[in-house]
Design a protein around this ligand. Structure first.
Ligand SMILES: CC(C)(COP(=O)(O)OP(=O)(O)OC[C@H]1O[C@@H](n2cnc3c(N)ncnc32)[C@H](O)[C@@H]1OP(=O)(O)O)[C@@H](O)C(=O)NCCC(=O)NCCS
Length: 168
């Protein structure tokens, strides 16, 4: 399957909401949450009114048809209205999801590598929140994320983007 990456546009909003729903972790054996869960303010602010200043994100799409398969994006949050993986203002939080039928084929890795490469010129670090039981945590570690903090079952992970700090 040939896959391309393209920047997320305002017209991708519906797909972004779907990816936000897909990104909600459901432990094995647990029922899927109701779809309205993503309208709760603490989840909705991950995608609401895309694009906002500082937003950076990509859609992975099927090369031949353009069908969107997944998305990875960064958004800045304030200390007054933080995301689950908030570490500091100016450090954006990463979200990622791939359609269930397209997982395990490298799409998520391609999305994250593309997004992080683009983020290097813009941000000193990125953070995220992931359940300790989510296999995605292994993927984040492979990409260089390290655990910054653990609260209960929830890990906050950070990746430093060293190129940003370089003066050369
Ligand atoms: C996490 C996710 C984006 C990875 O995308 P993907 O296209 O499946 O990833 P890749 O095929 O590039 O890589 C697979 C890696 O992701 C991990 N992974 C996480 N969830 C997986 C899943 N449901 N199926 C397959 N692999 C998964 C595997 O550990 C694998 O690592 P490995 O190659 O070292 O074995 C995708 O599985 C997904 O959408 N999961 C549900 C949403 C989610 O959990 N988002 C993160 C919230 S913090």
């Amino acid at each position: 399957m040939g896959t391309i990456l393209r920047p997320i546009a305002a017209s991708d909003q519906d797909f972004l909401w779907e990816m936000l729903y897909q990104a909600v972790y459901v432990p094995p054996g647990s029922p899927a949450p109701p779809r309205e869960i993503i309208r709760q303010p603490e989840l909705a602010h991950y995608v609401q009114d895309w694009p906002q200043p500082g937003d950076l994100g990509f859609i992975a799409a099927e090369a031949t048809t353009g069908k969107p398969l997944g998305a990875a994006w960064l958004r800045l949050f304030s200390a007054e209205s933080p995301g689950y993986g908030f570490v500091a203002e100016g450090i954006p939080e990463l979200s990622v999801a791939v359609l269930p039928e397209c997982r395990g084929q490298g799409v998520g890795t391609a999305l994250l590598e593309g997004l992080l490469a683009a983020a290097r010129g813009q941000y000193a670090a990125v953070s995220l929140s992931v359940s300790a039981g989510n296999p995605a945590a292994k993927l984040y570690r492979r990409l260089g994320f390290a655990v910054y903090e653990q609260t209960g079952d929830s890990l906050t992970m950070v990746l430093k983007l060293l190129d940003h700090e370089s003066q050369c």
